[in-house]
Design a protein around this ligand. Sequence first.
Ligand SMILES: [Zn+2]
Length: 170
Amino acid sequence: MKKIIMSILTAVIFSSCAVMTDEAHYEVSPELRVFVDRFYAEAESRGIYFDRDSVSIELRDNLQKTDLAYGVTYGRGSAYHLIFIDRQFALQQLNEFSAVDYLGDVVYDSAAFYTLEYVVFHECGHSFLNRGHVGDGHFSIMTGDGSYIGNFESIDADRQKLINELFDGH
Ligand SMILES: [Zn+2]
């Protein structure tokens, strides 16, 4: 069974790469680019440089229903970075992040922005940093159930600690 899954994933990876006209394959859904760029910037500020090759980070419909998760990473620890983020969840966060209020003004809800960033950073932690899940007792983005999403959303100092732990705690 595992072999079948692996070969399906390999097929998915290679079929998506087959359409590329050159070696570099860097494909990130426009809605997710700001978060992926921020992940790269956090890495680079720590002297960690990831190739922008074999990267595919995309929105997928109904991931929550099929995988019971907001995000899924395939091929962890391999040279391929294939991440899916639930489209409905992502769009909901982005709509809340910049909504138009009853006066017609755009209002920004940074908590919604950071909720989506938390999920993207979690999946990038799997894919780029080869991190697995840690127990709830660890103050980390890498717990399996988003234990510290509230801290990340609303407390600047905690967000910084969690990002430090993401890069330094493995
Ligand atoms: Zn995870």
